[in-house]
Write a protein that binds this ligand. Structure first.
Ligand SMILES: *Cc1c(COP(=O)(O)O)cnc(C)c1O
Length: 297
């Protein structure tokens, strides 16, 4: 499938949160793949798009909120592939910079109430409000296809075996499940949840990736009050990372991941011989929802 992503631009960069940091940390810059089709979204989408094409679908449809990296990535992919796309958006009709970009890429939007949004996601296959032969991609690309796609993120890492821990931001947990399925037995996968959540997600991950129970941990300590919640400590931290490392983070996902891992390093969660890989899962769309001037990048 020909898409304008640039895997050659991604790569590993060392991260030093503070001068006396006792463990080695690298960041996998998947945010550099493409401005809209960035990070984990591209990896999770690919098998879904291939399935849609194999099934000769007339169009694709997927779900998201008004600042959804997933909607934007899906719209960009569909635009480049010449596939019709529908976006089912949670909540009252609203025009955000993200949704305007999504529409400019040709995606048709359908706004539904929060309860309908949930109900629609339970319907397997066809959605009653869409024409026939529309291939439905679950929210966030979750599910087995998304996991398979996310597993390929590790293929872009030179010498992946040298890392003792791989850390990733968690929304649906699909990216974490993919990484877990591809991780070597000596590696621990750490998920930092962007949502309040609870341990139901751990159970789901165990079902998705059987036989790797002891190989992952989910932290619910760094969500800053819940999905898309934040405070000045988080924004200041993100600014510091940008100023010292030139790594732009978003306050919904990767900001919380980096903040959480930095806090865990300070609490001596890791031993000096450990080597960490932080996945930069891309998606800076959420930052555009902040008041102008909140972030210096
Ligand atoms: C969507 C998203 C995530 C969450 O990924 P899941 O596979 O749903 O857990 C993490 N980081 C960024 C930047 C995202 O856009």
């Amino acid at each position: 499938m020909k898409l304008p992503v640039r895997p050659d631009l991604t790569g590993i960069e060392p991260v030093r949160f503070y001068p006396e940091q006792p463990v080695a940390v690298d960041c996998l810059r998947l945010d550099k793949l493409h401005p809209q089709l960035s990070g984990n979204k591209w990896f999770k989408l690919l098998p879904w798009l291939q399935a849609a094409r194999a099934g000769r679908a007339a169009a694709i449809a997927t779900f998201g909120g008004v600042w959804s990296n997933h909607l934007l990535a899906t719209a960009a992919a569909a635009h480049h592939l010449g596939i019709r796309a529908y976006g089912i958006v949670r909540g009252e009709p609203l025009s955000t910079a993200c949704l305007r970009d999504v529409q400019a890429l040709g995606m048709e939007l359908l706004f539904v109430s929060r309860s309908d949004y949930r109900a629609l996601q339970q319907l397997p296959g066809r959605l009653p409000l869409l024409p026939d032969n529309v291939f439905v991609i679950p929210e966030g690309g979750r599910g087995l296809q998304g996991i398979r796609g996310a597993a390929a993120m590790l293929d872009t890492v030179p010498l992946p075996g040298r890392y003792t821990h791989i850390a990733v931001a968690v929304g649906t947990g699909t990216s974490l499940a993919g990484i877990l399925s591809a991780a070597a037995p000596h590696q621990q996968v750490i998920g930092v949840s962007a949502l309040k959540g609870d341990d139901r997600l751990s159970e789901e991950i165990r079902r998705w990736v059987p036989g790797k129970d002891g190989q992952f941990t989910l932290s619910f300590q760094f969500h800053f009050g819940g999905y898309a919640r934040h405070n000045t400590a988080l924004l200041d931290f993100m600014y510091q990372v940008y100023a010292t490392q030139q790594i732009p983070l978003d306050f919904v996902y990767t900001g919380k991941l980096f903040y959480g891992i930095c806090a865990m390093i300070k609490e001596n969660y890791f031993s000096p011989d450990d080597r960490l890989l932080l996945i930069h899962s891309g998606g800076l769309t959420g930052n555009r929802s902040l008041p102008v001037g909140s972030l210096a990048y």
